[in-house]
Write a protein that binds this ligand. Structure first.
Ligand code: C2O
Length: 535
């Protein structure tokens, strides 16, 4: 195994998109940021030096960080932010994982521009469990705002209003030629007739689940969230913020230029100008004057496509890559996802929107939870997060505009080492139903069941897939439905869990699991690094 070093300089740079230039926060002046290439088994040392006026913190999304939450990155959860002028080295091993993950700022809304790909190659001599591609490409899907994203965040979080929608989606930082002033810098990938390519697709958007397709070409899904899947072929993929999807695509059509396109999946009744961001899939030797054709993407509200697409995702579950699904459960959790309007004297119209799990809207602490836990600092958090809602109701019945008494607090759950956990995430019709991509830090989990309507504890568990459910780190809870996940709590630390829609995270749709140390000598949190930032 090797040690790989990266230097990340956080710096502000002027970038021009959609006919306007504006300063954005970047890593090394690049947007999107640099790709990290590493091999399974390697150690990574990434020194982050903050030259910008914002506090910074970087999360390595999907990296398990075994016993080593110090390198996980969410600000005020596992570390205090890296302040202007300071540095911190993220030091971690890439163990038991290979595939595509990504990194992003994990503070405020700075991940709008501070993100990049992580490519983990299998161990030397270990081939992919699918045909070897001729070449690989990283495709980062994102969003672009004319406004400063911090202004957009304030609007969403403090004024109690929905924030401005982004002005464009992007593919590798570029909206593509359907947008003004964007033709010149359109992303294009060149392919050769007859060859097969691997696309490592990442949804780095702040607030939108996205469809992605390539005109005339089908996509074979082979991996999601750095877990191999049973391959299946589809015309389009659906990918939620936080998720990654690897697809194989064969250049087997008439040599030409084809658009790749991405567009939001919007099942909530929000009016948007949902124009596709595009890039070009270009056969070698075809002149740029040939007009590309657009793929047909599912309609913005095509929930049926979303459900059937997600059903096709299965772990590969081969002898080499088994799906170790916990069959018995030590602790059952049932979390409702809701929205409420609470009073807020400092907000524009005296109220603000709060999102909650089991009616608890999470408040960010002033000290990082992992430090408070490790050094036994009292009064930072409480470990009484409710395992289930205090008053069950018809979760997905008629819309409820009442406030069921949403409370605020830094409340988390304490879990004994090695417990097998089941968590059912239930969407509700409190204010509105909506789809939520939930991400758990420090773990992958198995998606053992999902359904529309209310979860039925008497009937639904019998229908679980405990054989080859998809294993991942971020899962979409369907609109007006539920998702059940299972994992073994074998990674001690404090691990954030949140909706990966930045707007909802800001409204409090988050909590954390405090997984206690185990009795063994290699079952406790490692000591913190010397340069860990202080609050
Ligand atoms: Cu990719 Cu806590 O996030």
């Amino acid at each position: 195994a090797a040690t790989k070093k990266y230097q990340f300089d956080i710096q502000v740079k002027n970038v021009s998109r959609l006919c306007h230039a504006k300063p954005i926060v970047t890593v090394n002046g690049r947007f999107p940021g640099p790709t990290i290439y590493v091999r399974e088994g390697d150690r990574l040392l990434i020194n982050v030096t903050n030259h910008a006026k914002y506090n910074m913190s970087i999360h390595w999304h999907g990296m398990k960080q075994y016993r080593n939450g110090w390198a996980d990155g969410p600000a005020y959860i596992t570390q205090c932010p890296i302040q202007t002028g300071n540095s911190y080295t993220y030091d971690f091993n890439v163990t038991g994982q290979r595939g595509t993950l990504w990194w992003h700022a994990h503070i405020l809304w700075l991940r709008a521009t501070v993100y990049g790909a992580i490519v983990i190659m299998p161990k030397p001599g270990t081939p992919f469990p699918f045909p070897q591609p001729a070449k690989e490409f990283e495709i980062l899907l994102g969003e672009w705002w004319h406004h400063d994203v911090e202004e957009v965040e304030k609007q969403g979080n403090q004024m109690g209003l929905p924030p401005n929608m982004s002005d464009a989606h992007t593919i590798n930082g570029k909206p593509g030629p359907l947008f003004p002033c964007s033709e010149k810098h359109t992303y294009a990938m060149e392919v050769e007739q007859g060859k097969t390519y691997l696309l490592r697709i990442i949804n780095a958007a702040l607030n939108d689940e996205l469809f992605f397709a390539i005109a005339g070409h089908s996509l074979t899904v082979v991996e999601v969230d750095a877990v191999y899947t049973k391959p299946f072929t589809t015309e389009a993929i659906l990918i939620a913020p936080g998720q990654t999807t690897n697809v194989l695509v064969q250049a087997n059509q008439v040599a030409g230029r084809y658009f790749m396109a991405t567009k939001a999946f919007m099942d909530a009744p929000i009016p948007v100008d949902n124009k596709a961001a595009t890039a070009i899939f270009q056969y070698k030797g075809i002149p740029n004057t040939v007009l590309p054709s657009l793929p047909s993407l599912p309609a913005a509200n095509d929930t049926r496509f979303a459900l059937s697409y997600n059903k096709k995702l299965r772990s590969l579950n081969s002898p080499q890559y088994p799906a170790n699904v916990p069959l018995k459960v030590d602790r059952n959790l049932f979390y409702t996802i809701g929205l409420a309007r609470n009073s807020c004297p400092t907000c524009l119209n005296g109220t603000r929107l709060l999102a909650s799990l089991n009616n608890v809207s999470f408040v960010m602490p002033q000290t990082a939870l992992l430090q408070a836990h490790y050094f036994n600092i009292k009064g930072v958090y409480r470990t009484d997060f409710p395992d289930k809602p205090s008053t069950p109701f018809n979760y997905t019945g008629a819309p409820l505009t009442v406030n069921l008494g949403t409370s605020t607090g830094t409340r988390i759950s304490k879990i004994p080492f090695n417990s097998t956990m089941e968590l059912v995430l239930q969407d509700t019709n409190l204010l509105t139903v909506e789809s939520h991509p939930f991400h758990l830090h420090g773990y992958n989990f198995f998606v053992v069941g999902t359904g529309i309507g209310n979860f039925d504890p008497a009937k639904d568990p019998a229908k679980y897939n405990l054989v080859d459910p998809i294993e991942r780190n971020t899962v979409g809870v369907p609109t007006g439905g539920w998702t059940a996940i299972r994992f073994r709590a074998d990674n001690p630390g404090v691990w954030f869990m949140h909706c990966h829609l930045e707007l909802h995270t800001g409204w409090g749709l988050k909590t954390a699991f405090l997984v206690e140390d185990g009795p063994g000598k290699d079952q406790s949190i490692v000591p913190p690094p010397k340069d860990l930032p202080a609050c």
